[in-house]
Design a protein around this ligand. Structure first.
Ligand code: COA
Length: 375
């Protein structure tokens, strides 16, 4: 058996920021417009008027202040309310490939490696821009990597499930190294017209290079153990898919073709599931909460992370011990815990232990226990 290690990470951050103030202005203009259009039905009591959103609510309920997106013009146009992306020719790189390649190059540079050092690419994301060919294979070709590539989707937990798949292949010896990439264009499946969730998501891409530990050229994180779990739930759901046109009303502008969630239930059901999962994983590996130097959690909601951090550590986390990036990026689905890891791990020193955990739709939860080595 070989020992796997994370030797490099990279983050692609889209060029456009949407602040809560911009978002709320656009949403409220859309609500006013809808209320004006439907004034007779509202006056007749046949329809409820749309209510305004508020910056105060968004920050208080989620901790989110900004989000990055691939396009902001469509999202902020009350007559559009979704991103507007350029139609690409089949012979040019897809948008997910472009985002993932940028993040992958940063991960390779950090590890001091090139495409020739990589044996496999796993594109693990909550949405894939087409059914086939696999986006991962396009990324593999764009980077000039030999070997093989495949796509996988476990929604917000895709990154940790991808890391487990890569780490297991490295352990068994079928590959020496893999790039796990997470291009997330959440803006395209978010329902920007729904006040309950319009603030939740942003876009980003992350990449993690995993190699045999003896191939690491610089400081790295040994993957000591991974653990994944799933339990079916309809509380986070998106019904869009290839059967759409075959069903009555399938092509209509239906609410369930975008992200839907029962936020309160998610909150109540996922918190105990994740806290127990982490506690069991640590106990199985003989890791006490006093041994953990850092927790890089899925970035969906600040209150959720505060709760999990306190439960796992058995006390209030110290500043920086459980870093949040969601104030800047919002929820970026599978990429969130990897952004937190990438931007908040350089200061750890030899022997320090940390835990990456992502969780979300499915339900699903994945955790990775890592140990820092300086060389
Ligand atoms: N602006 C102002 N008020 C709003 C609002 C907005 N944008 N959205 C909702 N409200 C109102 C609601 O109508 C409700 O009003 P009421 O009390 O009069 O009924 C009130 O604010 C509270 O709404 P609620 O939905 O209960 O808020 P919440 O505190 O549960 O926060 C979430 C909502 C979505 C942030 C929270 O439930 C959450 O984070 N859940 C888990 C999310 C998650 O992890 N999802 C995973 C996705 S991968």
């Amino acid at each position: 058996m070989f020992r796997p290690a994370i030797t490099g990470t990279g983050v692609f951050t889209p060029p456009n920021v949407i602040t809560n103030a911009e978002l709320v202005t656009a949403f409220n203009a859309y609500a006013d417009r809808m209320n004006a259009e439907n004034a007779p039905a509202i006056a007749a009591g046949e329809m409820e008027p749309m209510q305004h959103s508020s910056e105060e609510f968004i920050v208080k309920a989620s901790g989110i202040e900004n989000r990055y997106v691939m396009d902001k013009t469509g999202v902020l146009d009350p007559a559009v309310m979704h991103p507007l992306l350029r139609q690409r020719d089949d012979d040019e790189p897809g948008i997910m490939t472009e985002m993932a390649v940028d993040a992958a190059k940063k991960a390779l540079a950090q590890a001091g490696k090139t495409a020739a050092d990589v044996d496999a690419v796993i594109c693990a994301a909550s949405n894939l821009e087409r059914a086939y060919p696999a986006v991962a294979i396009e990324i593999q070709q764009a980077l000039g990597i030999e070997g093989f590539a495949f796509d996988m989707n476990v929604a917000c937990s895709s990154a940790t499930f991808g890391i487990q798949a890569a780490a297991d292949m490295i352990r068994s010896g079928s590959i020496r190294s893999a790039l796990v990439v997470n291009p997330e264009i959440c803006s395209a499946h978010l329902e920007w017209r729904d006040r309950d969730c319009h603030f939740i998501f942003g876009d980003v891409a992350t990449a993690t290079l995993i190699e045999r530990i003896e191939d690491a050229k610089g400081p790295h994180f040994e993957i000591l153990s991974t653990r994944c779990a799933t339990q079916f739930s309809n509380n986070i759901r998106n019904n869009n898919g290839f059967l759409r046109r075959s069903r009555p009303d399938g092509m209509k502008d239906r609410r369930d073709m975008q992200f839907m969630q029962n936020g309160r239930k998610v909150f109540k059901e996922v918190l105990p599931m994740v806290s127990q999962h982490i506690a069991d994983h640590m106990a199985a590996e003989g890791v006490a909460n006093t041994d953990l130097k850092r927790l890089w959690l899925h970035q969906a909601n600040k209150t959720m992370n505060d709760f999990i951090g306190k439960k796992v550590l058995g006390r209030e986390p110290e500043p920086g011990e459980q870093p949040n990036i969601l104030q800047d990026y919002a929820n970026t689905s599978s990429a969130g815990s990897i952004i937190a890891f990438s931007q908040n791990s350089d200061d750890l020193t030899e022997g320090d232990l940390g835990l990456i955990c992502s969780f979300g739709a499915g339900y699903s939860v994945g955790s990775v226990i890592v140990r820092r080595h300086m060389s």
